[in-house]
Unconditional design. Sequence first.
Length: 247
Amino acid sequence: MDPLTSAAASGMRSRIESLDMLANNIANASAPGFKADREFYNLYMSPEAADSPDGTTPATLPVIERQWTDFAQGVLTPTSNSLDLALNGKGFFVANSSSGHIFTRNGSFRLSSQGELETSDGHAVLDTNGKPIVVDNFRPIDIGPDGMVSQDGQQVAQVNVVDFKDPSALVKRGSNYFAVDLASISPDTAPQTEIIQGQLEAANSQPAESAVRLVNIMRQFESLQKAMTIGNDMNRRAVDEVAKVTA
């Protein structure tokens, strides 16, 4: 494959990967606590090209080196629901799943029939002691900025909020959950983070921004398609000219 066609094909592939990532961001633009994905671009050089003779220009191809998650805080929106919690600052709520502890910024919680505070998917929200938070379903719930859960002036438990020195170690697990290998990375407390009752954090993926990026990616894809068509046409003409000379 000639350099022009090869570079155009690699660029088209990276644009397709960007479209998949952007589509996921747009689909979750209304999901509370969602964190958008971004991409790092780089140039790939094959080992054969790296060993090219001095004075030559090795061929490089555009690729998406890796995706990364943008953990910037979204806008806090009032809901008037006492079980909705938003984090003002860094950190994550901790919940317990069948595969272990999971972490989320989505504070849209509910109460089970047994009075356990849980996520919208039924995972128990944990307190600072690593235990489920159990309250009386028939009494009002007050949750302070420090996460202290109270009913009728009596403290029940404290919502656990943790943070990580290296958030890039967190891996998305779907439904706005993150997981991490706790055997190698230990979470830290987030004392500067404020819990706000009756509000939710919106996704940090803005639909308008995503729409603009979508248009730009489509235009880039069309340009790369044209480049590939030109490359194929040049190759065809070269073959035709060789055939004429040898005829």
